[in-house]
Design a protein around this ligand. Structure first.
Ligand code: FAD
Length: 436
């Protein structure tokens, strides 16, 4: 069986490596990758001694220990990783609020604290009293779950920055298990100053000592580099009998990790309604800005959310050089700022950089004169956007692909909000199915 894997991000690489681990002859596997290197969204970049993750600060954590251990083993074993406690905050005026926000109400100024706590208790009481089902729209869901105060002070402005769409445009079903769900006792305790933790499965994370997050995908790729065709975009995918032609070459199976939105232009013979469903899937791109600083040491932070407009266009700042010493030269540190956008990336010319830096200064995260340089990377597909049509469009897309013998895999290959560990879990499961 000759298998073509389209895309050499973590999903394609994990699939290729696992197929070989399970005994498939290596010459039967070919990976097609448009970029000049492997890694996809897990890539990192080094500029003048500073290394940053090009699609926002990445950390390794998983509820699945096997997947995490496999990823670590591929990249040199546990000794090749830093182990870090998560220190995440939300910047609120001149204060740092504990994360998740509802576990940090006691850190807020008194008026905001009162409004958030009152709203949280009212929403909780309302849910107990009426047993209403969760609303379908994300905006209404936020009020139903967190109350009006947290919606106003954090959730609304933060989500507007990330999604660039109204709360009514977004559906609510994707949030289950993603947006931290704190018990009311924890919220009350934290409100009166007793520290409580939320989102604990991520409280400890791992990061490669060298090479940025890309060290993981480089490690996975290390045993199959001869099977990856770099700088080889898939431009045509055509059915020929029981086989598929990939750029004219015949394969028995095709696994695609390419964004679903791109497939109508590549796959021959796709029905019009399926092509429309794929094209209309919503997503956001991201521009990541490395900010290199002449500064010895950062505060002990992992990343900080910036929900408010006066903090600039950045929604999240990662304290990149706190992840591993090798990420910045001695005597310097680095921040990584994330700015999302639907469609085209912000224009070059420096305006974005000026806006980001001015926002960081107003937020009190940097000081004038300490910036050495900035570097930006834009990525077209970063976040799946869960609007009300998402489920039906995605179902139409996946159903058709599977019916014609193309296996969709990966974050944008299946349009799922998956982290790299989930990509690995699904890729390894698919490898077992393909060989079964
Ligand atoms: C802001 C942000 C933060 C994140 N943080 C974390 C985190 O902390 N921890 C974590 O584990 N995960 C994180 N993730 C998720 C993680 O990056 C993804 O789940 C993972 O990298 C997806 O891998 P993939 O292989 O499925 O897709 P991709 O990485 O997108 O791989 C697809 C590959 O296909 C290639 N390609 C595209 N078109 C073509 C074509 N026509 N022909 C050939 N090749 C093509 C691309 O170049 C790419 O290499 C984050 C993601 C984002 C956006």
């Amino acid at each position: 069986m000759k298998i073509a894997i389209l895309g050499a991000g973590v999903s394609g690489l994990a699939l290729g490596r696992t197929l070989m681990e399970l005994g498939l002859e290596r010459t039967k596997v070919s990976l097609f990758e448009a970029a000049g290197e492997v890694g996809g969204l897990c890539r990192s970049k080094t500029v003048s001694g500073f290394t940053y993750d090009t699609t926002g600060g990445h950390i390794l954590f998983s509820k699945d220990q096997d997947a995490m251990q496999w990823m670590q083993a591929c990249a040199g074993g546990p000794a090749a990783f830093e182990r870090r406690d998560r220190h995440t905050k939300i910047r609120f005026g001149d204060r740092f609020v504990h994360y998740p926000f509802e576990n940090g109400l006691g850190d807020l100024p008194p008026q905001a604290h009162f409004e958030c706590l009152k709203g949280y208790v009212e929403a909780w009481t309302q849910r107990q009293r009426t047993n209403d089902p969760a609303p379908n729209s994300f905006g209404a869901w936020v009020r139903w779950r967190f109350g009006a105060g947290i919606a106003q002070h954090f959730m609304d402005p933060y989500n507007a920055k990330v999604w660039k769409r109204s709360g009514d445009f977004l559906a609510s079903d994707w949030v289950a298990g993603r947006v931290p769900d704190a018990p009311i006792d924890d919220v009350l305790r934290s409100s009166v100053g007793m520290r409580t933790e939320g989102y604990v499965h991520q409280a400890v994370f791992y990061y490669p000592r060298r090479g940025g997050f890309q060290a993981i995908t480089d490690g996975i790729a290390s045993t199959l580099l001869d099977r990856v065709r770099l700088s080889t975009p898939v431009e045509a995918l055509e059915r020929r009998g029981s086989q598929w032609l990939v750029n004219g070459e015949a394969f028995d199976r095709v696994v695609s990790t390419l964004p679903l939105t791109d497939l109508p232009a590549i796959v021959a013979g796709m029905p019009g309604d399926v092509a429309r469903a794929m094209r209309e899937l919503e997503f956001n791109g991201i521009t990541c800005l490395l900010v290199a600083l002449k500064r010895d040491v950062h505060p002990n932070l992992s990343w900080v959310y910036l929900p408010h407009d006066d903090q600039g266009p950045t929604n999240r700042v990662t304290y990149m050089s706190n992840y591993a010493q090798s990420l910045a030269p001695a005597g310097s540190t680095s921040l990584l700022c994330e700015v999302t956008h639907p469609g085209h990336a912000p224009e070059q010319g420096g305006q974005l950089e000026r806006d980001v830096l001015a926002g960081l200064e107003r937020a009190g995260l940097i000081e004038p004169g300490e910036v050495l340089f900035t570097d930006r990377t834009c990525t077209r597909h970063a976040y799946v956007v869960f609007d009300h049509g998402y489920k039906a469009r995605r179902h139409a897309a996946l159903h058709w692909l599977e019916s014609v013998g193309i296996d969709p895999l990966g974050r944008f290959g299946r349009f799922e909000y998956d982290n790299s560990d989930q990509c690995v879990i699904k890729a390894r499961a698919l490898a077992r199915r393909l060989l079964a």
